[in-house]
Design a protein around this ligand. Sequence first.
Ligand code: FA5
Length: 346
Amino acid sequence: MTYPYTNEKLRIIAEQFLTRLKTCSDNKSLEALDIEFLGRHGIIAKLMEELKTLSLEEKRTLGPEINLLKKDLQASLLEKKSALTQQEAAAHAERQKLFDVTAYQPGELFGSLHPATHVVQEIEDVLMSMGFEILDGPEIETEEINFEALNIPKNHPARDMQDTFWLTLPQLLLRTHTSSVEIHAMRSRQPPFAIASAGRTYRHEATDACHDFVFMQCEGLLIDKKVSLSHLFATTKLFLQGIFKKEQIEIRIRPSYFPFVEPGIEIDMSCPFCAKGCSVCKKSNWIEICGAGMVHPHVLRAGGINPEEYSGFAFGFGLTRLIMMKYGINDIRYLHSNKLEFLKQF
Ligand code: FA5
């Protein structure tokens, strides 16, 4: 700082500034001081304004001194700023020395697997232990594989059972069931074989407590010589016992129709959510969990397999419904809700 100023007023301003500067301990207080003294409406700016009203003689002596004062204040501010920055860096380095990495407790930040992932892993374990090969199938399918090869020709009324999301690209759709994987499997391997595939399926449907427009299915297909319905019953029973981890599973088997199997059946499980009927089971006490049957000869042929030599069974479990029943989730829509209160329970 250039001392002393010949002008008393400037000398006082300089002293006040220096006293205040000493008390500044961070950048925020420095900035405030900067604005007060050197800002557009600050003390120096006012001095300049006043200068305009003085005589030429006074202007000649005071003008350069005000400029000098301004430069001094700016230089002092800069000096203090760099001292503060150095101090902060030193304090930070000191804190770093004391940082204890072993004190970090990441446990509370862990997420957990989604119930769907849990069940898919369990299902795959159960099916692999029974000798099934696990396959993945595309979710975007051709009309030929999703419908025609499965004995559902164009204009067949069975297409209405699976209201379809069509893509704008010709003959492509979002698969309506995992049965499409059966065709991929048959066309790429020789019997005997057993495959299973779990994944998402899509239907243009209104949603309710047990229907979603995106839901998961788990397909199973076994092709060999002399396969019968009793093999299908035994396999699905073992499958359910493995998933629910208990011997006694209350199910009922009904005859049903799917164009790709003959005969066809459906399996229902007793509703775990009610005694007398609720919105999940539509007051029937039973929840439909699976469609299944003996693979239709037309489908075997479409897959390149001779139906005179081989037979097979197929099943398609409503995987999302199994998840609901396993964990007691009484509304299918929770599974896509992304609500943390819901997900934290698993
Ligand atoms: C089929 O999708 C057949 N592909 C199943 C099949 C496979 C039959 C192999 C024969 C041989 P279905 O449309 O019934 O069938 O669906 C199978 C299961 O998926 C149903 O039993 C049900 O548990 C579940 N499901 C069907 N629609 C929905 C939906 N909108 N939301 C949730 N789950 C559904």
